[in-house]
Write a protein of this length. Structure first.
Length: 455
């Protein structure tokens, strides 16, 4: 099966692209929105000393805070207005999806279609404001208690600084949430994923330059540099292969008569992706790990002063620690199964097959078909969860235990590759839609000219 990139390369020509005005507008809108996001990561919070904060951040950037900074596109190390990034919205989405599977009222809303989905999205926005306000207040308290050789991080501590910090950070998160929705509706690709993608990719040039600088100065051997490049290419190839992998179930349709016409029986396939949940499990797992530690890391302060239990949590769940890796893997596996159950309903699929006369050879239609699809889906989800956990944890082992300067973790690579593939597929669909519109217009013109010729 050819990938979206291969299909696009085969079908794309610059003439068709130049004529696709709608696609060009969508691409320009997406680039403009991402440019606005990148500019926001350089606007610092009011009332802080950037030099003092930069020194404070260096003492904490090696842990999970550095991972948060990578997702935020460097906004954390500059303590910008977008420092919380889109993570509170992702955390709120996780909570709402968990609640919708347990609460009957929310589950009924999900089944109401578009109207119910809008209502759940509104609840998610409200919860995003609450979570962002909680995190922003914790950050303001932590900033007030932080200091360095350059002086105190906060120029004038007090309630006014806390309120302004909460309003600014919550406003930044809500703006990014709105910006992501606008990209999804008026641009190309998933807006939330593209915002995270832009933050990660923004650090790529400096990371590559730093890697080659280490090789030039002798801090990194040439062999290790080549091995790192080969490893990164191998991980990317593995991600592309696994994201395209499918388990196809054979579906047969019997002969049927519609009116006076007899339709011949046909065979088709029900494609089940090996990784049905996509990039969601690592993002959800990272978000949940970051949520309780963000406030704790800042509250502990630069001198590690604060409640002992907070310091213990920060130390135990620090990046590369055994507990961090165990919890990370457990969350990835859990969300791989949970999100697969959310996006794919075997019973509904079995009912649709029976409705249109389709069946799996050797399996009775209805409940038995649903059980068989669920059985196959569970088995391939196990493989998908293991793949996600391996890709995300392998670089963490290299960074923490082998002292390898692997600047991007597996989660980052997975997000970058998956979002790129998804965006390319959407560009291809827009191009194909434009080509179909052109063919329809040509057919209408030919029909009109032939009618005039007959007259």
């Amino acid at each position: 099966m050819t990938s979206a990139a291969e299909q696009l390369a085969a079908n794309l020509n610059f003439g068709a692209f130049a004529k696709a005005e709608e696609l060009k507008k969508r691409l320009w809108f997406t680039l403009g929105a991402l440019l606005v996001y990148r500019l926001g990561t350089f606007i610092p919070l009011p009332g802080i000393n950037p030099v003092a904060f930069a020194e404070t951040f260096k003492s904490q950037s090696s842990g999970i805070l550095g991972m948060f900074n990578m997702f935020a596109g460097g906004a954390v190390e500059r303590m910008a207005i977008f420092a919380l990034n889109i993570m509170p919205y992702i955390s709120a989405s996780i909570i709402m999806q968990l609640m919708s599977s347990m609460d009957k009222r929310l589950e009924a809303l999900k089944k109401e279609g578009e109207q119910g989905r809008k209502q759940i999205n509104q609840y998610t926005r409200y919860l995003t404001v609450i979570l962002a306000a909680f995190q922003a207040y914790g950050i303001s308290i932590g900033l007030e208690g932080s200091s360095s050789a350059a002086g105190s991080v906060v120029i004038e501590p007090g309630m006014f600084f806390r309120i302004s910090t909460v309003v600014t950070l919550v406003g930044g998160t809500m703006f990014l949430m709105w910006l992501g929705e606008q990209i999804t509706q008026r641009g190309v690709g998933n807006g939330i994923s593209l915002i995270i993608f832009a933050g990660i990719v923004a650090a790529l040039p400096s990371a590559i330059a730093g890697l080659f600088e280490m090789a030039r100065t002798g801090a990194l051997s040439t062999f290790l540099l080549i091995a790192l490049i080969v490893l990164m290419l191998a991980v990317v190839a593995a991600i592309v292969f696994m994201e395209r992998a499918q388990r196809r179930l054979l579906i047969q349709y019997p002969k049927r008569q519609v009116g006076n016409r007899m339709f011949q029986g046909d065979t088709s396939h029900l494609p089940l992706k090996l990784n049905s949940s996509g990039v969601i499990p690592p993002i959800f797992a990272s978000s949940l790990l970051l949520l309780p530690i963000t406030a704790a890391s800042f509250t502990a302060g630069a001198n590690n002063q604060g409640p002992e239990w907070l310091n213990t949590i920060v130390a135990a769940l620090g990046r590369g620690q055994p507990l961090h890796l165990i919890v990370f893997v457990a969350l990835i596996v859990f969300f791989a199964f949970f999100y697969t159950a959310v996006v794919f309903n075997p019973k509904e699929t079995a009912d649709n097959l029976r409705k249109y006369g389709g069946f799996i050879p050797g399996i009775r239609p209805g409940e038995k078909t649903a059980e068989y699809i669920d059985y196959v889906l569970t088995r391939i989800t196990v493989v998908g969860a293991i793949y996600l956990a391996a890709v995300c944890v392998l670089p963490e082992f290299l960074i923490s235990y082998a002292a390898v300067p692997f600047y991007f973790g597996g989660t980052s690579l997975l997000i970058v590759v998956s979002v790129t593939m998804d965006t390319v597929a959407q560009v291809q669909s827009h191009l194909l839609a434009h080509q179909y519109e052109g063919l329809i217009k040509k057919a209408k013109l030919r029909g009109a000219s032939s009618n005039r010729g007959r007259k």
